[in-house]
Write a protein that binds this ligand. Structure first.
Ligand code: ADP
Length: 925
């Protein structure tokens, strides 16, 4: 659980009661009371399931008088018989560790006669609510007003007896208390009406009696809160200034909190529609010192952690969560674990989610329910047996499919199996069943086996889907229609597919490799962006202009300035887009060539690639976007110069046509295509590559056939720090975290934070053509990647620098002197030898000490096809090829002669989103 969020700070209310955190379940109508307003068991369990991690639960409004219910199924506190049932709710909430508050109200003129036995409802004046068919209420006489106040007092009395920790007076939603304050519904001419002061009398009297009741029979930390609707749209009606007036008056009499009743936390005025300022901002700016002592609750639209945190940033002390708490009973646990939630409910999950039947039918909830048998790939129901083969593991599985989903995956019993696979199998099986997709994260430590199992399930789906088509009288090899075909499942392809889908397009992703993720999954350091909200939160001052200039300098001024401008401009939005999709890159570091911490990475400082792909794939699964693995695009089809689709070939060499008006080429670079690398840079013959096998540049070749132009094809980046026996890249984040490079002689030889091309050149110039990355325990502790390298056996370590030198076959005094000298530079923040100015983080003086042997490897191909700022592929006359889009490493020009670490991930996400958007727009036009 993330303990750093301010959402977990306790809050002491003015009366001394302590709420354990800032999260509140908003009071929401469930319509689950008995006909007479008594509590049902379903309701008790609904609250029990939701209490616990949330600091406070405010129980839905409870009517105080027989003429009070504003909707069917409302719960009541109108007589003593109701106490026992309410006590069960209070107990259910408190036994889970949350504070239990009960909201009390009277519906007044909002009550329908049929809910009160055909009687006429009451109100401050005989004025009907401004809605069609509203009944004109009977105006309460002065005596009846007094009685009504005592009924609120009785209700508080019963709430105390039922064991609640507090009550919330419902002065909002146009119910009776608000009706008294409103110049619209209250046009009385006695002491309860007329002037604002008179109209405020009723809410104040209700507060007074609540206080009296609490003083008399409750402990002194009994909470009294007040909910208000900040404005009325009617003329006359309550304006925000009126609300402030009332809240000030309430605060004078003492109150433990006030609670906004709005649909959105940051909603601006509904009266002054020209003013975009959120009402909460006005409230904070205009409230008196006294009112400022009363905590304020915000509500509306909170689904994820960032939404709630934004509420606190704007000055709310507490944030109430509504619909998300219905959809996710364990909402708080999930968001505190940084899970990204979408507001929908699986149609089969009502009972599991403890949602009472009447609430399930309530329109608010109904709108969130999503049919899980959504359209998508169809299967022929049955059991499909597949082989799983990975190294020593050889077994068979049965995949049971219904027409639209995986219903089970089981191992075929096999006595000869001597590999212990059960645990991996069970975990992966669960992941696949939950996602209803084979595209899930592999089990840590069992990647090869996981991939083999995923592949077997994928094969079963593919076989069954073909059989379904045959059964329906179709031909599985027949062409199929889509709006958008995405080629490649790296970061660019996945982001593009998600965005295109969300713009309404029917999308398919084609991936030639057996797994998703391309080269992106190997990305290590992070994603660069300037002027982001995460930088702001950390107080890092950055500018897009500086980011632009440094990238241009790093690219030796060869970058396409127009694309680079677009890149820099859109980078913060792309960071937000990822966060909105549950992929938060909120830790920040630095890479070579940059002067400011702007490389965004996961909170746990792990390598960005795995985290990014895992998050994107979750979004793909959620949207049911089809992914065809082991299938490669052999050709992009055109007619009259416009793209019409692609020809694909699957692992059985069966080919098919997929028609689409838009094809997004996100096939990555060509670092793994030795012939192509050597064609453009003969001197790189013999270099290892850090890339995956699929980086062959096929997308460039296919687009060239359509007449696409290319740029910078000879600009190939070698990464300075590659472990040579495995071609594994040692992330720049290690140097960014404070590591240094030393030669076999034990000496530093260059500014480690220079751009990749320069550092590589210096390593190649050393007699051994290799170097050592050296770091200490502090660097290791701050970089998860380091642990990965240790686990992979790349790292040599020793308790002291001298011992490390011995292990590295160096003169120990030389290495000791090198570190001592460097450490002094860190203290002085001045590198007198090589002018390193960044990532002089801390002296390398805490053992154990570590070293990894590295040399350069082919890493990134900056060149590629040309695009415009819409990501449309351009021909040699700089004209767009209709329907051809490209994003990611397949594109040339953005990075110029040298790509800065952290700019590739930015590139794929920024341009991937853009390609998805534009491709969908064209396809659907
Ligand atoms: P980027 O970083 O630009 O997103 P990646 O290298 O991460 O690029 O991903 C590109 C993906 O495209 C790889 O998974 C690669 O296997 C896939 N790919 C390349 N060529 C083809 C092709 N012709 N058909 C299908 N997939 C392809």
């Amino acid at each position: 659980m993330n303990t750093r969020t301010p959402l977990l700070n306790p809050l002491t209310l003015p009366n001394g009661a302590v709420l354990k955190n800032r999260l509140v379940m908003a009071p929401m109508t469930t319509c689950t009371g008995f006909y007479d307003g008594t509590v049902t068991s379903e309701l008790v369990e609904y609250y029990r399931a939701r209490a616990g991690t949330l600091g406070t639960v405010i129980v839905e409004c409870c009517f105080i008088d027989a003429k009070g219910p504003a909707f069917p199924g409302a719960i009541a506190i109108d007589n003593d018989n109701k106490i026992a049932g309410l006590a069960r709710i209070a107990d259910a909430i408190k036994s889970q560790g949350s504070t239990a508050i009960l909201q009390i109200y009277h519906g007044g003129r909002m009550v329908e006669p049929e809910l009160i036995g055909g009687k006429t409802p009451v109100g401050p004046s005989a004025i009907a609510a401004p809605r069609e068919g509203a009944t004109t209420p009977q105006a309460l006489t002065a005596d009846e007003v007094d009685v009504m106040i005592t009924k609120f007092g009785d209700a508080v009395n019963r709430a105390i007896k039922a064991g609640f920790d507090g009550v919330e007076l419902h002065g909002a939603n146009t119910y009776l208390i608000q009706q008294f304050y409103s110049p619209n519904s209250n046009q009385r001419d006695d002491k309860w009406g007329g002037s604002r002061e008179n109209r405020a009398r009723f809410p104040l009297a209700v507060l007074d009696i609540a206080h009296k009741m609490a003083e008399r029979i409750a402990h002194n930390t009994f909470i009294i809160g007040y909910r208000f609707s900040p404005e009325e749209i009617e003329v006359p009606g309550i304006r925000f200034a009126d609300t402030l007036y009332l809240l000030e008056k309430l605060a004078e009499r003492g109150l433990d909190y006030v609670h906004f009743s709005v649909g959105q936390l940051l909603r601006p005025s509904i009266v002054d529609t020209q003013d975009p300022t959120p009402l909460i901002d006005k409230f904070i700016a205009q409230r008196s010192e006294r009112l400022a002592k009363v905590p304020v609750i915000g509500v509306g639209g909170v689904v994820n952690k960032a939404d709630a945190e934004k509420g606190l940033e704007h000055g709310y002390d507490l944030v109430a969560i509504g619909k998300a708490c219905i959809a996710y009973p364990d909402w708080a646990d999930r968001v505190l674990n940084n899970e990204h939630l979408d507001l929908y409910i699986d149609s089969t999950q009502r009972e599991a989610l403890m949602i009472p039947e009447p609430l399930w039918r309530f329109s608010l909830v109904d709108a969130m329910i999503r049919e899980v048998s959504a359209p998508g790939r169809k299967y022929k129901a049955g059991v499909y047996q597949e082989k799983v083969e990975a190294e020593a593991l050889k077994l068979k599985i049965n995949v049971t499919l219904d027409t639209d989903r995986i219903t089970d995956i089981s191992m075929v019993p096999d006595d000869t199996l001597d590999v212990d696979f059960t645990e991996t199998f069970e975990s992966l099986r669960n992941r696949m069943l939950v996602a209803n997709s084979p595209h899930v994260d592999a089990i840590t430590g069992a990647t090869t086996q996981s991939e083999a199992l995923k592949k077997a399930v994928s094969r079963a789906l593919s076989t069954s889907s073909k059989e379904y088509v045959i059964e329906e009288g179709g031909n599985p090899a027949a062409p199929q229609n889509y709006d958008v075909v995405v080629i490649g499942s790296g970061g660019a392809g996945l982001a593009a597919a998600i965005q295109a889908h969300d713009e309404g397009a029917r999308v398919v992703i084609i991936e030639k490799m057996p797994t998703i993720g391309g080269n992106t999954i190997k990305a290590s350091v992070g994603m660069n962006a300037a002027e982001t909200r995460f930088q702001a939160m950390k107080g890092i001052k950055d500018s897009k202009e500086l980011f632009y200039q440094e990238t241009l300098k790093g690219g030796q001024n060869k970058n396409n300035p127009v694309l680079l401008r677009e890149f820099v401009e859109l980078a913060p939005e792309a960071i937000d887009w990822l966060a909105d999709h549950g992929i938060e890159l909120n830790d920040i570091t630095i890479t070579g060539g940059m002067s400011i911490d702007r490389t965004h990475r996961p909170a746990d400082r792990s390598a960005v690639g795995g985290y990014l792909i895992s998050g994107l794939v979750k979004n793909i699964n959620k949207r049911n976007i089809e992914v065809l693995l082991d299938t490669s695009v052999a050709e992009i089809l055109t007619e009259n110069g416009a793209v019409t689709g692609v020809k694909v070939v699957d692992e059985y060499y069966d080919s098919r046509i997929l028609y689409a008006k838009s094809v997004i080429v996100a096939t990555g670079g060509f670092s793994a295509n030795r012939e192509m690398v050597v064609k453009y840079r003969p001197e790189l013959d013999g270099f290892v590559t850090t890339n995956h096998k699929g980086a062959t540049g096929s997308g460039i070749a296919m687009l060239q056939k359509l007449g696409a132009d290319t740029v910078d094809m000879g600009e190939i980046q070698i990464h300075p720090t590659v472990e040579q026996t495995t071609s594994y890249l040692i992330s720049e984040s290690i140097r960014g975290g404070g590591a240094i490079l030393v030669s076999q002689e034990g000496k530093r030889f260059f500014n480690e934070m220079e751009t990749r091309d320069k550092v590589s050149a210096q390593i190649i110039a050393l007699p051994e053509k290799s170097a050592w990355v050296v770091f200490d325990e502090q660097v290791r502790a701050n970089n998860k990647a380091a642990d990965e390298y240790i686990a992979k056996g790349f790292v040599i370590s020793a308790p002291t620098v001298g011992e490390l030198a011995v292990k590295l076959n160096m003169e120990h005094t030389t290495l000791e002197e090198t570190l001592a000298r460097y450490n002094q530079f860190v203290v002085d923040q001045k590198d007198e030898d090589f002018g390193r100015t960044t990532a002089l983080r801390h002296p390398l003086n805490q053992g154990p000490f570590y070293a990894i042997r590295v040399a350069p490897g082919v890493h990134h191909t900056m060149g590629g096809v040309t695009i415009n700022t819409d990501t449309a592929v351009l021909d040699s006359n700089k004209q767009p090829i209709r329907g051809a889009w490209a994003a990611g490493e397949v594109v040339g020009g953005i990075h110029g002669a040298n790509r800065i670490g952290g700019n590739a991930v930015a590139d794929i996400i920024i341009f991937g989103i853009l390609a998805g958007r534009n491709a969908a727009a064209l396809a659907r036009s």
